[in-house]
Design a protein around this ligand. Structure first.
Ligand SMILES: [Zn+2]
Length: 55
Protein backbone atom coordinates (compact mmCIF):
# COMPACT_ATOMS: atom_id res chain seq x y z
CA UNK A 1 0.00 0.00 0.00
CA UNK A 2 2.93 2.38 0.38
CA UNK A 3 1.46 4.75 2.96
CA UNK A 4 -1.58 5.17 5.22
CA UNK A 5 -3.36 7.32 2.60
CA UNK A 6 -3.34 4.45 0.10
CA UNK A 7 -4.53 2.07 2.82
CA UNK A 8 -7.51 4.32 3.56
CA UNK A 9 -8.33 4.62 -0.16
CA UNK A 10 -8.21 0.84 -0.61
CA UNK A 11 -10.34 0.24 2.50
CA UNK A 12 -13.00 2.72 1.38
CA UNK A 13 -12.93 1.36 -2.18
CA UNK A 14 -13.51 -2.22 -1.06
CA UNK A 15 -16.04 -1.12 1.58
CA UNK A 16 -18.09 0.54 -1.16
CA UNK A 17 -17.92 -2.70 -3.17
CA UNK A 18 -19.40 -4.41 -0.12
CA UNK A 19 -22.35 -2.01 -0.46
CA UNK A 20 -22.85 -3.48 -3.98
CA UNK A 21 -21.57 -0.41 -5.84
CA UNK A 22 -19.30 -0.73 -8.89
CA UNK A 23 -16.34 1.26 -10.22
CA UNK A 24 -16.75 4.87 -11.35
CA UNK A 25 -16.23 4.46 -15.10
CA UNK A 26 -15.95 6.94 -17.94
CA UNK A 27 -16.44 6.70 -21.69
CA UNK A 28 -14.30 8.73 -24.12
CA UNK A 29 -15.04 9.72 -27.72
CA UNK A 30 -12.40 10.88 -30.17
CA UNK A 31 -12.79 14.56 -31.02
CA UNK A 32 -16.23 15.00 -29.40
CA UNK A 33 -17.51 15.30 -25.86
CA UNK A 34 -20.40 12.84 -26.27
CA UNK A 35 -19.80 11.20 -29.65
CA UNK A 36 -22.32 10.32 -32.34
CA UNK A 37 -25.49 8.36 -31.55
CA UNK A 38 -24.72 4.65 -31.53
CA UNK A 39 -20.98 5.14 -31.05
CA UNK A 40 -19.63 3.04 -28.18
CA UNK A 41 -16.49 5.09 -27.49
CA UNK A 42 -13.71 3.81 -25.28
CA UNK A 43 -14.67 2.61 -21.80
CA UNK A 44 -12.28 3.25 -18.92
CA UNK A 45 -13.29 1.08 -15.94
CA UNK A 46 -11.72 3.48 -13.40
CA UNK A 47 -12.20 6.64 -15.46
CA UNK A 48 -13.62 9.01 -12.82
CA UNK A 49 -10.67 10.71 -11.09
CA UNK A 50 -12.96 12.43 -8.56
CA UNK A 51 -14.33 9.21 -6.99
CA UNK A 52 -12.68 6.68 -4.71
CA UNK A 53 -14.30 4.15 -7.03
CA UNK A 54 -12.30 5.58 -9.95
CA UNK A 55 -8.61 6.31 -10.15
ZN1 LIG B 1 -12.78 -2.11 -7.23
Amino acid sequence: MGDISNGVKLSVHDGVHNLSLHHASSRAFTGEALGAVGTAGTLNEYGDPFSTMGT
